[in-house]
Design a protein around this ligand. Structure first.
Ligand code: SF4
Length: 348
């Protein structure tokens, strides 16, 4: 689907991506006290999951999004403005933003936030904010100058470096989100292990722990709750010059569990562990499918392990997931999550 706001007028984009037909929806199904990310802040009206942009160019090799949704594309601020007006007209009072990579262009994300404020819609960022881009904004020009030349030229960092050059900091970015009504975000932390991140084509900036602690603190001080995502059990082909596959060890997984525990102490609201799962169509599928030991009906949730290696069993990884859940969040909050059916994250 080719969406080019600079070249297509609003009508052409509406033909490609029409606004939802509310005549087909029974909005009484969306009045609950909780949404998928926790407790609502509005006592009346409906909640909705929506998006302002689709796709992602980062190409993490475990992720299906670049293959299914394609590269990052904005639907256009005019399209989003109309979409929000329609939602409000149909009784929606708060929204969850499901963009695959909202922070692909931080300056565009700020324009999206302004429109949410204009329509008086408190919001949750649920699609996942990229920690690595927040680290770049937080660390600033000296950090960027020390990045490798290829990283500085990479399309992954192009927009965030441009925003930083225009003077944007992580604190300004986060404070602007809070001012616009954002009260909760999903932060894709993923791993404490540089090797696991680099072998997955994910930025290793996610493992710069002191920056992550500071970023979580900025969010919580601004009144935004942070749910962190963590991935356990990476399995990748040998990286160049090596003969053995990369299999994340149980002691490396313990480092990610400690990272989650420490981030909870730093103010994170909830730590959410995922098990690395081979998904057909991803770059990793052809390699990882040889490690599959379990029927996919159990495995695709990312909560049940699907793979086993010479270093660990599927059950070992499931135990590690439970260990992260309980050590980071505490048994009472895990119990609350299970009985509530959504994360125990409440607006402040
Ligand atoms: S995991 Fe996130 S950053 Fe990586 S490709 Fe998927 S959407 Fe993009």
């Amino acid at each position: 689907m080719s969406i080019l706001p600079n070249r297509q007028d609003l009508q052409s984009r509406l033909e490609l991506m029409p606004l939802p037909d509310f005549g087909l929806l029974d909005m009484s199904h969306y009045l609950q006290r909780y949404h998928s990310s926790g407790a609502r802040v509005r006592q009346t009206g409906a909640w909705a999951q929506i998006f302002a942009t689709i796709g992602c160019n980062v190409n993490c090799n475990f992720c299906y999004i670049p293959k299914i949704n394609g590269p990052w594309r904005a639907l256009g601020l005019d399209w989003f403005d109309l979409h929000l007006a329609e939602l409000v007209k149909n009784g929606v009072t708060e929204v969850l933003i499901e963009d695959d990579h909202l922070m692909h262009d931080p300056l565009y994300a700020l324009e999206v936030a302004k429109l949410l404020k204009k329509h008086d819609l408190p919001w949750v960022e649920e699609g996942g904010l990229s920690l690595f881009n927040l680290v770049v904004l937080h660390k600033g020009p000296d950090f960027v100058a020390a990045m490798s030349e290829s990283d500085q030229r990479s399309p992954i960092y192009k927009n965030v470096i441009e925003a930083m050059k225009q003077g944007l900091t992580a604190k300004q970015f986060i404070t602007s989100l809070a001012d616009s009504g954002c009260y909760s975000v999903y932060l894709a932390v993923e791993s404490a292990n540089e090797e696991s991140l680099s072998n997955s084509h994910k930025s290793t900036f996610n493992s710069i722990q002191n920056a992550t602690f500071e970023i979580v603190k900025i969010f919580t001080e601004a009144g935004i709750q942070v749910t962190g995502g963590f991935m356990l059990g990476f399995v990748n082909p040998p990286s160049s010059g090596k003969s053995k596959p990369y299999i994340e060890s149980l002691s490396q997984i313990d480092r990610t569990i400690d990272y989650a525990v420490d981030l909870m102490r730093a103010g994170m609201a909830y730590a959410n562990p995922f098990i690395v799962t081979p998904i057909p169509g991803t770059s990793m599928w052809e390699f990882q499918k040889d490690y599959v030991v379990r029927h996919y009906d159990n495995g695709w949730s990312h909560e049940k392990a699907t793979m086993a290696t010479d270093e660990w069993t599927a059950e070992d990884i499931e135990c590690k997931r439970l260990e992260l859940l309980v050590r980071a969040n505490g048994p009472a909050r895990v119990h609350e999550m299970v009985s509530r059916g959504t994360w125990p994250v409440d607006g402040v």
